[in-house]
Design a protein around this ligand. Structure first.
Ligand SMILES: N[C@@H](CCC[C@H](N)C(=O)O)C(=O)O
Length: 284
């Protein structure tokens, strides 16, 4: 079977995009296909697989599978790339449209023309802070803001944010000393997070700028995480390092994202989306 694909990335967070308007895949094969495509030696190489799907409630739908085959509910960098893809391929007619994810519908606005979309703004919706919506063990309706969290013999101060998927944010003095490789793989599977968690370290530079590094649930270290950068911005505001309605520049390993948490509760994310390869994957 030859599967047409497009490889795209948002600040180096790369996925193999398959347009299900053109191809039919079996549900029970999706998880293995994500693992296969993500493998750089025997597949294509990526942080996972994203399906562009028909939708009943939005203009198009998106499903995200991590490198290990697990399905996530949403993906910030993926949303910008899906927006670019469907606009450039004229699958939508206007520059502002809706995308369905397993975490709900979001609105995207592309910046550019059908020949070339350079960047995309997404209304990522309202973050959820209650433990039950992370989900995280403990009193269901409490939020977790700079709460002591014991791990590997250390006590960290953790802020938990759901952007439709779970994020644990910790602030550090120096991003280059952040224990990403030590704590990322341990915390992502910690039983206090019943569905696992994306683990993020943040160094505050000033009220409108921060450094960010991530260990993603299901994919490990990636160059960028859009939902993670949104969660980090929300966490910075909750911890009074930054302010609402201010545009915050988040410096990720792969480049910058521009994030705002508005007074109306919505988080807005703007950043690049890039197409690198189009082709066919030969599947046995
Ligand atoms: N890279 C993503 C998030 C992908 C899903 C995540 N690993 C999860 O399992 O929740 C982004 O850009 O947001």
């Amino acid at each position: 079977m030859r599967i047409p694909f497009t490889k795209m990335h948002g600040l180096g967070n790369s996925y193999i995009y398959i347009n299900l308007f053109n191809v039919t895949l079996k549900e029970e094969e999706l998880s293995d296909l994500a693992k296969e495509l993500s493998n750089p030696n025997t597949g294509i190489g990526s942080d996972g697989m994203i399906l562009i799907t028909p939708s009943q409630s939005s203009d198009v739908g998106m499903r995200i599978f991590n490198k290990d085959g697990s399905e996530g509910k949403t993906c910030g960098n993926g949303l910008r790339c899906v927006a670019k893809y469907v606009f450039e391929n004229e699958m939508v007619k206007t520059s502002i449209f809706q995308i369905e994810t397993k975490a709900g519908n979001v609105t995207a606005e592309v910046h550019g023309t059908t020949d070339y979309v350079e960047s995309v703004t997404v209304d990522m919706g309202v973050p959820h802070l209650e433990r039950q919506s992370i989900p995280m063990q403990g009193p269901a309706s409490d939020s977790v803001i700079s709460e002591p969290f014991d791990v590997n013999g250390d006590t960290l101060q953790l802020t938990a944010v759901s952007m439709g998927n779970p994020h644990a944010v910790m602030f550090v003095d120096d991003i280059n000393q952040a224990p990403l490789y030590e704590l990322g793989p341990v915390m992502t599977k910690d039983s206090r997070f019943s569905e696992g968690v994306n683990v993020e370290f943040v160094e505050i530079i000033n009220k409108t700028e921060m450094h960010f590094r991530v260990w993603e649930r299901g994919s490990g270290v990636t160059q960028a995480c859009g939902t993670g950068a949104c969660a980090a911005t929300v966490a910075a505001i909750l911890n009074e390092y930054a302010e609402r309605d201010q545009l915050i520049t988040v410096h990720l390993a792969g480049g910058d994202l521009f994030i705002k948490w508005s007074s109306d509760g919505h988080v807005w994310m703007t950043g690049a989306a890039v197409t690198t390869v189009e082709g066919y994957y030969n599947k046995d």
